[in-house]
Design a protein around this ligand. Structure first.
Ligand code: GLU
Length: 356
């Protein structure tokens, strides 16, 4: 009888706490949302206008616009920047990375969501994946339609991103990018369409997982080094070496290489034609840039998918070139900037491109 009474009392206490949201709140995972701007925070004068200003809406307004978000996680927000992501900078990346490392080192935070413009989201996500030192989930999201648009998809993308960041299944997956019910590895994803809500795809390796109104599952693991296995970090780093991208095309002039060397580039990524190719004159200029100035040349491709492979139409050693594998030019630039923070031989740089 006494035991039954005690059980009843315990039940009533739990029921009371749940009613007032106490038991629930203390058990919810803590997710911090770091807002950087973009279309998800954009607004337009009309719901049917495609033109709008990115980075207008603050983080609290965005959180308040997502029904049910507070039922899946204890969310709080911080505004890191409020820019269209075409204006994303190395300075903001460093600030973001340091803040994320600080937050994730604390027992108080279980996961991070970053809201971000879609134009350069894959770059920020890849940079963070190389320098965030934690196994906890970090998810970037955004939207293709502004917050005031008809059928704005930002609130559901944010809801899903919070659900991923709150889910222990999402640990040890590196930085993820989630829009349109999909979960992508930062390294593999690209913005493939200028306006479509299904813009983000991982054309070579496919998506990591899927998410449907907060319910999620994973299909594969990311395959390259990131997070705790990455040798790169932002500790003690205030800037990154300049690396430029040169887009190749028929009858391309070698002057482009010389211009970037003159401007102070320490590395140049060639968005080459096909398998990382460029005109013979440009290839010779690239060789000279390394021999005369130590500028590192990485061959990537302007093709939307596929690898650049060593020794395909010429011996890379003869021209001192490194190949990016399946890293697109924008991401190859990020990896090279980080790699150039360390002393590396060409062979070691090639290993980095093979492993990351
Ligand atoms: N250019 C803007 C940005 O990247 C808009 C693109 C978007 O967020 O969808 O922030």
């Amino acid at each position: 009888m006494k035991a039954l009474k005690l059980k009843m009392m315990a039940f009533l206490m739990v029921a009371t706490m749940t009613t007032f949201g106490l038991a629930q709140d203390t058990e919810l995972p803590n997710v911090k949302i770091l807002a950087t701007g973009g279309t998800i925070a954009g607004s337009a004068s009309s719901a049917t206008s495609g033109s709008y200003s990115a980075g207008q809406v603050g983080i609290q307004t965005m959180i308040n616009a997502v029904p049910g978000i507070k039922e899946i996680a204890d969310v709080s927000g911080e505004q890191v920047s409020n820019v269209g992501s075409q204006d994303m900078t190395v300075e903001i990346w460093l600030k973001l990375a340091n803040r994320i490392n600080e937050l994730l080192a604390s027992n108080e935070i279980d996961g991070i969501v970053i809201t971000h413009g879609t134009d350069t989201q894959e770059e920020t996500a890849y940079f963070l994946s190389l320098v965030v030192k934690s196994d906890k989930p970090v998810v970037t999201t955004g939207s293709m339609r502004s917050s005031t648009s008809i059928s704005a998809e930002g609130p559901l993308n944010l809801y899903n991103a919070v659900a991923i960041a709150a889910d222990p299944q999402a640990k040890e997956k590196g930085v993820m990018v989630s829009l349109n019910d999909q979960i992508h590895a930062a390294r593999d994803v690209s913005k493939m369409n200028t306006t479509n809500v299904n813009s983000f795809q991982s054309p070579i390796k496919g998506m990591l997982g899927g998410v449907f109104y907060g319910r999620l599952g994973f299909f594969r693991e990311p395959l390259t080094k990131f997070g705790n296995t990455s040798e790169f970090s932002v500790e003690g780093i205030n800037e990154l070496p300049r690396v430029d991208i040169v887009y190749a095309y028929a009858d391309m002039s070698p002057d482009l290489i010389d211009m970037h060397v003159k401007a102070g580039a320490k590395g140049i990524v060639i968005a080459g034609v096909g398998n990382g190719n460029m005109t013979e004159a440009t290839l010779n200029a690239a060789k000279k840039a390394y021999e005369d100035h130590g500028v590192i040349i990485v061959r990537s491709t302007r093709a939307a998918t596929g690898w650049t492979l060593r020794d395909n139409e010429f011996k890379d050693d003869d021209y001192h070139t490194v190949v990016s594998g399946d890293l697109n030019p924008a991401k190859a630039r990020i990896l090279l900037m980080l790699a150039l923070t360390k002393e590396k031989s060409l062979a070691e740089l090639q290993d980095i491109f093979d492993e990351y």
